[in-house]
Design a binder for this molecule. Structure first.
Ligand code: AMP
Ligand code: MG
Length: 352
């Protein structure tokens, strides 16, 4: 008799308890604990943190989309639409997809806005410097001079109605390396929204995009990398929601030859790695594609001109870190940027 009751209790527990547990977790595990993933694409590590159900599947969809964008926009591997556009330089228009057209238009717009500090046609110089290669070398002055003739964003014609683009001269090359990751981060945010996610974070190699705040309603905290420290070291934190926070810097990709550091952001006016007195910049804006282009542009422009550009735009904020380890921020960041110096010797200059 007792044994039968015991068996009944065990059977009841086996059938009912998992269901009871589910009921006690009405929001699902990932509403309070994020699903986190780490992948590699666009030449960098991609980290996602998603709150909500189906997070794993959504993160996979995001990666599929990012790889699709990479395939279309990259010049670092064969195939894709930008390679085709570059192959037809000086010859003919090339038909491109709507996405590619959108990024090309943005890239040209920021080239104009920054008066060529950001230049969508900087490709030939980027290729010559090739800081990504195993054995990079410093090009000759003559080589740099001759390639400078090929760099001019005005030579990129975009025919929006017919979804076509053309480069004017043979040898010219579009390079979207300073803007494509930003576009990809915006696309990731769109995918989260389509799947009813309200709280998510993605970091594509320094391009952070935030959807909402954290599930408890508080802001996300985005660490601003110490450009002279190791990965994971910060000079401060930006607390915000629903924004893109994108950084550029001389620490991201570079090589050293005879004691001189040659980094990956080229000044299209000189043909050499930008030497504006800045070592890192961060832009905070609604769209990651804008923040990406602007962080590169102001890195080339330097503190004064960069600050002027950002202040004239409105709705966009920035952090500038100089080679002298001074940190400047625009007015709108003063309340949400928390400087954390430690002993690393940075100075937060609140007033310019
Ligand atoms: P980012 O890390 O967003 O600042 O972008 C740097 C990448 O953009 C480089 O690796 C190049 O592919 C490309 N690039 C370098 N200099 C420029 C420039 N002045 N304008 C536009 N793109 C650039
Ligand atoms: Mg950029």
């Amino acid at each position: 008799m007792e044994k039968r009751i015991l068996l009944l209790i065990i059977a009841f527990m086996a059938v009912c308890l998992p269901a009871c547990n589910m009921q006690s977790e009405p929001y699902g595990k990932f509403d309070t604990v994020p699903y986190e993933s780490e992948d590699f694409a666009m030449g960098t590590v991609i980290k996602q943190r998603i709150f909500g159900s189906n997070a794993e599947e959504i993160s996979r969809k995001v990666m599929e989309r990012i790889r699709e964008i990479e395939d279309d926009l990259t010049i670092n591997k064969q195939g894709g639409e930008i390679n085709k556009l570059n192959d037809f330089a000086g010859t003919d228009f090339v038909e491109v997809k709507e996405d590619t057209l959108k990024v090309l238009e943005k890239a040209k717009e920021f080239s104009e806005l920054s008066n060529g500090a950001f230049d969508v046609t900087v490709g030939p110089l980027v290729k010559e410097w090739d800081v990504f290669s195993e054995n990079p070398s410093v090009p000759s002055k003559d080589k740099v001079q001759s390639l400078l003739n090929l760099v001019n964003y005005k030579d990129l014609t975009i025919d929006k109605n017919q979804s076509k683009a053309k480069l004017e001269k043979k040898g010219q090359m579009v390079d979207l390396g300073a803007i494509a990751k930003g576009f990809a981060a915006d696309e990731a945010i769109n995918i989260y929204k389509e799947h009813n996610v309200t709280s998510a974070f993605i970091n594509i190699g320094g391009n952070v995009a935030l959807l909402g705040g954290k599930p408890d309603g508080s802001s996300w905290k985005v660490g601003i990398r110490d450009p002279r420290g190791s990965e994971g070291s910060y000079i401060g934190i930006v607390s915000t929601k629903d924004k893109a926070v994108v950084s550029s810097g001389d620490y991201q990709r570079y090589f050293i030859k005879d004691g001189v550091k040659y980094h990956h952001i080229i000044d299209p006016k000189t043909g050499y790695p930008a030497d504006s007195g800045l070592i890192a910049t961060t832009v905070v804006s609604d769209l990651s594609v804008d923040a990406d282009a602007l962080s590169t542009a102001i890195f080339v422009l330097g503190l004064e001109k960069g600050m002027e550009l950002i202040e004239n735009l409105g709705g966009v904020e920035a952090i500038f870190i100089t080679a002298r380890k001074k940190v400047y921020v625009t007015e709108g960041l003063k309340d949400i940027f928390q400087f954390e110096d430690g002993s690393r010797g940075y100075e937060y200059v609140k007033k310019r």
